[in-house]
Design a protein around this ligand. Structure first.
Ligand code: DGP
Length: 119
């Protein structure tokens, strides 16, 4: 069923506590944890606890939870003190765009200059 945990999903295993992660924030619907391969001094992933393959699928099925993810991304930026200098929220979508984990997630990146356009 849509949104149900998937046995072969890395981020579902983090939500379940089966794989450890450095959790920085948690709500009833979301989890935020540090990226294992940080691309900036501050690099946190915000995920819905429910399983959807990407951000668009999440927004289509559960728009309120998609909003929770975005709100939490902003809270992470505030907690990490990167708000004033600016930060980036990225949803890589599809393998061609660099998505490697097919459970929706927002990258929250900050703490360094961020080029535009991104690579
Ligand atoms: P993406 O490439 O957009 O699908 O982002 C997936 C991110 O997940 C990538 O930046 C690395 C991160 N990642 C992969 N495996 C783990 C893990 O086991 N723990 C944590 N904390 N992050 C992971």
């Amino acid at each position: 069923m849509a949104g149900e945990p998937q046995a072969d999903c890395l981020f579902c295993k983090i939500v379940a506590g089966d794989i450890p992660a450095t959790v920085v924030r948690e709500t009833a619907t979301t989890l935020a944890f540090r990226d294992v391969n940080p691309q900036a001094p501050s690099h946190v992933l915000v995920i819905p606890k429910a399983h959807y393959p990407d951000a668009a699928a999440l927004a289509a099925a559960e728009p309120a939870v998609a909003a929770d993810v975005l709100r939490e991304a902003g809270q992470v930026a505030a907690d990490e003190k990167v708000e004033d200098d600016g930060y980036r929220i990225v949803f890589n979508t599809g393998a061609g765009a660099g998505q490697t984990v097919f459970h929706a997630h927002a990258h929250v990146l900050g703490g360094r200059g961020l080029q535009w356009p991104p690579g």
